[in-house]
Ligand binder design. Structure first.
Ligand code: SAM
Length: 301
């Protein structure tokens, strides 16, 4: 095994460059933390953290543990979904007194399916600066390794827990052409995949991005028709944290077309055009006339 020769970040010459950036006082630093692997934090985030007067965090125990692992200890302020408005006032008073305060969530980027947006809104409304310190986010991490070719994406986050609301939300997504990104908890993954399979075409591609950056990371891509069987084949596949990506409508229509052509080509090699079109229509559910026209073109090519 190759040994890492990287020295501790504080000793890296590049840290001088990181430190040269201005870190103004009276500013809120929205700081992304790792989504699994503790190494996935930026050098700049570590440097900025070392300068903070306080860290506003979702869970003070989690954040204390994380900071300890980087050799840091900070004054922590609980800022979770139930107290965002009240805590915003306290943070604003401290920022107005000239402090630097970081805002973090338990994992990933604050305000992405996590608390933070209300605090940022209030701090901006008070005329104070908000400085983002970018880093990990599960959705973008999943997208980067999914191989779904589409320039657009649509972040859905968590679907409603109740079946009826969930299905209504999904029905509004059927025409979305962008790649859709869902967050899901392990106890709902099977049910959610069943709901997706009911609502969307079986030929759409789905990507399971499970336990990203962790020991048992797994990224699996298959058609929606195969998704439930893949999940059921191994109980471990239903454990951990999930991002689900679903191919958008336009891309799905395109892969539907390609699949119909593939079927037509096989049939055309064995039967006359009319029969090939009729059989392809039965298999794909597409219109016989359109398949007949396409089969004629394919014959001529
Ligand atoms: N703010 C976070 C972000 O930037 O990604 C998201 C927080 S949200 C409360 C937690 C959800 O994100 C999990 O239920 C899961 O859907 C997804 N998630 C977080 N970490 C993950 C990981 N390591 N692998 C896969 N999904 C993850």
């Amino acid at each position: 095994m190759t040994q890492s020769t990287v020295s501790y970040p504080a000793n890296l010459p590049i840290m001088h460059e990181v430190a040269r950036q201005i870190y103004p006082v009276s500013a809120l630093y929205v700081l992304a933390t790792p989504i699994g692997n503790v190494g996935d934090i930026t050098l700049r985030a570590l440097h900025a953290l070392s300068m903070m007067d306080a860290v506003a965090c979702e869970d003070t125990r989690n954040t204390a543990h994380l900071l300890t692992r980087y050799g840091l200890s900070k004054n922590l302020i609980a800022a979770h979904q139930h107290n965002e408005r009240e805590v915003a006032d306290k943070l604003i008073a401290r920022l107005q007194a000239g402090e630097r305060i970081a805002l973090v969530s338990d994992a990933g980027t604050p305000a992405v399916s996590d608390p933070g947006a209300r605090i940022v809104d209030a701090v901006l409304a008070a005329g104070l600066r908000v400085i983002p310190l970018p880093g990990a986010s599960a959705a973008v991490t999943a997208l980067s390794a999914a191989g779904l070719v589409n320039d657009r994406f649509y972040f859905v986050g968590f679907l409603p827990a109740k079946a009826r609301q969930r299905d209504t939300a999904l029905s509004h997504l059927r025409a979305v052409a962008a790649t859709m990104m869902f967050y899901e908890a392990p106890h709902r993954i099977v049910e959610t995949v069943d709901a997706l399979a009911t609502m969307f075409e079986p030929t759409r591609q789905i990507v399971f991005a499970r336990e990203l950056t962790k020991l048992f990371e797994e990224i699996h891509r298959c058609s929606l028709a195969q998704a439930a069987a893949w999940l059921a084949a191994d109980a471990n596949r239903q454990k951990g944290e999930f991002v689900i990506l679903l191919e958008g409508a336009a891309a799905a229509a395109e892969s539907d077309e390609l699949e119909a052509e593939r079927i037509l080509a096989i049939l055309l090699a064995e039967c006359p055009v009319k029969q090939a079109a009729a059989l392809a229509a039965q298999i794909t559910g597409k219109k016989k006339n359109a398949l007949y026209e396409r089969a004629l073109q394919m014959k001529r090519q």
